[in-house]
Every structure is written in structure tokens, then in C-alpha cells.
Design a protein around this ligand. Sequence first.
Ligand code: CA
Length: 710
Amino acid sequence: MRKLFKTMMTIAAIVALSGCSIGGKDGGKDRGPGWVDDARMANADSDVDNWMNYGRTWDEMRFSPLEQINAGNIANLKLAWSVDLDTSRGQEATPLVIDGVMYTSTAWSKVMAIDAGTGKILWSFDPENKGGKAVHACCDVVNRGVAVWKGRVYVGTIDGRLIALDAATGKPVWSVVTVDQSQPYTITMAPRVFRDKVIIGNSGAELGVRGFVSAYDTNTGKLVWRFYTVPTDPAKGPDGAISDEPLKKLAAPTWHGKFWELGGGGTVWDSVVYDPKYNQLLIGVGNGSPWNHRIRSEGKGDNLFLSSILAVDPDTGAYKWHYQETPGESWDFTATQQITLATIAIDGMPRDVMVQAPKNGFFYVIDRKTGKLISAEPYANQTWATKVDLATGRPVEVPGARYQDSPFFTLPSGIGAHAWMPMSFSPKTGLVYIPAMNVPLTYAASDPYVVRKGRWNTGVAFGRSGPPPTLPNDPKGQRRAMLSAMKGTLVAWDPVAKKARWTVERDWPWTGGTLATGGNLVFQGTAHGAFEAYTADTGKKIWSFAATRSIMAGPMTYRVKGEQFIAVMAGYGGSMGMATPSPFEKRRLPNGQILVFRLGGTATLPAYTPEPLARANPSAETFSAAQLAEGGMLYGTYCAICHTGPVNPDLRRSGVLTSAESWKAVVIEGILEPNGMASFRDYLSPAQAEAIRVFVNGRAKELQTMEKSK
Ligand code: CA
């Protein structure tokens, strides 16, 4: 009986495969624009014209077998076309290309369809988010991409909606609110689609939310299942969700105290991978809320399923297995980073694994059938653990790493040894190309700890006192030393040998995602606007294009009418774009672009003249020392996280700095809300807002002196 069933299944599979002309020249064109289905995705790897899913195939390797552009002819790779975007906010999306049409999202969760051969815009869609929602976006109003399924395009919006658009026209078909919009939830991830279900998670664990991931019916927009990644207040009773049982049995015993008051975290904000071979969905779960484990859970317990890989049934959401990378997470060590499925030789035997380079600095190879850890070796510098014990699967932490009694020099810090920037895996070289980062930060426990609803609540004081032994013993010198320690590395990691085969150093950590191709190429952009190609096997730089703006996003490749193209979104932003000083000296960030290349391309970029920043603009008024001190504290709490980097205005140069009335109109009355600057009237009194103006004036005077002395 069993054998007969198997035979029947095989026949059914052959019929299904042959019946849909999948991967053939016609693809799904006969079904209209944007036709992607299960049969087509099953053959996605050899369907080389198309890039139909966020990570190209269901494996999310970000490898294309295309080799028309290769290490031998790349000198002739030139710009084919470009599209100017409408904002200088971060651009993180990986475009999809299906049957000659490019579908991509841009900042503020907008969507465009473009003729992938010519760059002609076919339609665009604006979900009309309210500008003030930007204050809930920890890491800029970015969006990492769309999903396309059976003639519809799916996008998650920064205010928590999931919208289905008609792939032919860009007109909405349905829209659902996927989060409690009274909470500081956002969505930046690309949805994933399979078997007529669209999966979407959310972000917000810095601001105090409870994480979950949802599956919706692609036809109707109805919720199919929802999995909460962390427990909640037991007084509330179960959620009535598929996660109830595993939360009760496995997770709840690992949490302590009133962890639900700030949501607990565990947001699913980036990687979700469908694994048809083992009929499971692999979900990367984020950090705790607040970060500080001692505040969140009385310093006790592993806090499942934070910082874990969670495997669930794709149709029902039922729990299958989990592996927790950072038990008792206390550093913003998310396990949300890219999950890639591969079959690699372990001890000489092929093994079905998932690989991941999460924020915590270790490269994990996990048996994806069982969830058992195979190896975990550091792919970047890290100070918090000596190793991961393979017998227990747990990291062996360095004493003091939890910054309980004294500050700890934390590396990686919350920026991560690897963030959302896509990595790629080439089955030809067997190497994983990781955009790795080195961003240290001193963590200390917040003392006193004050909860600010709807704002950042990490329970961590950053860079305060107690410099690490290798850094100069003064705050400014320490800051300079940390900035100079910041760098990026393109790591070509061998997951079998568990070591880097080659590396390329970057002078700034916030660098681009990678693409690997059959032409022995690895593509990566840089913060300083170089779009580069390396030989995949040896890491030799063989091509570079001078883009006029930063590149963070993952490049992709496709073919139209037999011609191979390479595409990448350009634009600076994201968390480092908000919270870390600008690497661009004194120029304003330009608007983003889509850049597309082909052999012998003849396009040129529109002329770009860098716009200088406004001069420092201090007021001539004199202020009290008390106001200055209060303003400094408030600035650090409410303003620095968004106004330190180049994405948002440098307040020292602000035109409203010299007017108490105008300042109040912006900060309290919210007149710039449409631009993304919400009113802070729920958080600050007018007197406090004025104290911040006083503090910023002091900083503006310092800046003016510096500018004059140059
Ligand atoms: Ca986080």
C-alpha cells in the first residue's frame, strides 16, 4: 500500500511538472503578468531568466547559475538603465523579476513594476503611510522587498498592513492589518509565499512589542495561522493560536518576572524560509524586549523562543522543532538573519542543513531535519563567548558578558556581526559570502531603569564609563577609538572547513548584501558607493562601478530576451544610517536609485552634484546650565537614536534651532509629521522640548567653532 502510494505520488508529481510548462521558455506568461506558483518555484533554480522569491529560490541561496556575465568579460559590464527614486531614506529591497517585469519595493513600503529590459516604469503604488509612523521604525522606514504569486504582488507596510496588488496594474486587491496598530509594530521584511499562503512577521522589539508571525490566504487575505514567539501575561489566558501549546510546554517555564510588560520581543522581522523537502517553515526569531535579560526576566531562564530558529508546519503553523542560538539573550542578538538551505558534505556525507550568520558572530550549520547543531564557529570578531559547546548547543559565555556589575566591551553589539544585508551561497565554490561587520559598543545596565512607552526601552546604557582596557580612558577618545574600530569585512566562509577562505576589508561596516553567480562572480556594493565584483573562488577584485550613492541592498540577476542583467538598489539608511555618525563628511544624502547593468550597456547616470549640509546654526541666546544638563539627558533618550546618522536632519544645523516657537511647533505640535517627524507631545513637555533645544544649541556652537577652525 505504502509503495503504491509512493508510486502514485511520483506520477502525480511528473504530471504536475509536465502540465505547467514550468521553467520552459513560456514560463507562466500564458497566465498573465506575475504568475508564480508552486510548480514554477519547484523549478526556480534552472528557471534562470527569473528571480521569483526574495532569496531567488526557496533555498534562498541568492545564487544564479547565469554565466553570460563572467570573470572573463566583466570589464565590459556597463550601466544598462537606472531609475531615480523619490526619497533619501534607506533602500534595502531585493527586486524580483518575473517574465521580464521587475517588481520592487522602496522606502515607505512603496511598490514599483518596471520593464526589466528597458527601465520603463509600468506602475507604482503608494500605501500612504502616515509620516509620523517613522518614530516607531527602529531602523528607518525601509522595506526589503515584495512577494509575487499568481498574478498578485504582496507588500508589508511600515504601519503593519499586508497588501495584495494586481501584478498587471498595481491596484490593491485586498489589504489586512496584521498587527495591533496601537502598539509600536512596523513591517520591513519581504513577505514569503507558497501553497497559496503569504507569510509576514513584524518588527518593534526595541520599542516594546511581542513577536509573532502570521500566514494569510493569498486569495482572500484571511488569517490562516499565527505563531507567537514568546509567552504573555498568564492572567490573559491562551491566545487561541497554534503557538499556545508549545508556549505553555516549552517557552513559559523559561521566563520569569513580569516579562510581558514590554512585550518580551522575539519579533520575526526578516528571514522566513519554506523548506518543501521537510515540509517545514524555518523562522528566524529576534531579540528580547527589553534587551537586558536581568530586567526582562529577572536574569533567569533561556526565554524561548528568543534568538532561535523555529521550525513549524507550513500549512498549520504547528511547532516542529527549535534551536536557540543565544539563550537568555541580552545584547540584541537576533536570529532573524538570512536562513539558507543547502546540502553540504559533513564528515564526507551529504547532509541537508540550514546555515545562518546571525548577529552574535557565530556561523551556524544546523541539521534541518532534526534541528540539531552541527557546527558553530566565529565568522567575525566577538568578545562575548569563548565557543559554542556542540554537546549542549549552548554558547560558553565570557564572565561579565552580561554587563551586570560593570560595563562590558560588547562585540558584536546590537548592530550585529551581520544584519539584514543578504549573504549568498555558491554551490559551485561551496562558499558563503557574508557582509560581516565589526561594531563594538560598551554596554552597561540602565540605572535607574525607566520605561518610556512607545520609545526605545533596551535596559542598556551604551558607551558609558568603564572603557575597555584597549581604549583610551576618556569618553571622547573612547568614542573616536570605537569609530576607528568600526569596519566591514566581506567574508567568503567555508561551512565545511568552518573557516574563511578569503576576506575583503571595508572601511565602513554598513556595507552591501552579496550575490553569487555561475560566472564565478560575487557582487557587493559599499557604503561609499562602489559596486564591485570579485572572483567567487579567490576573492580577486575584477570590476568596480562608481555609483554616486551608497549601496546596502542585495544585488540580483535575471535575463530578458537572452541577455543577462545585474540589478541593485542604491541608497543609505537603516539602523546605522539613523544612529551612527555619518561616514559622508558634509554632504546630504541623495535620493536612492535602482541601478541595472548589462554587457555593453550604454546608459549614463544622471549628473549628481553633492549637496552640502547647512552650516551649524546656533542661537545667540544664553541658556541656563540646568536646562543644558536636562536637555542633554533628554536628547540622549529621545533624539540621538534617529538624529545621529545622516538619514535624518542634523539638529545642530536645523533652521528652527534659533526659534523657541518654531522648535515647539515641530517637536510638540508635530508640523513636520508628514516628513516623518512625529509630535513628541506624549513623551515630552514643552519645557523639556525647550531644554533639548538648549542642549542642541550648545552642540551647534561647538560645531560652529570646529567648522570655523577648518
Ligand atoms: Ca533588535
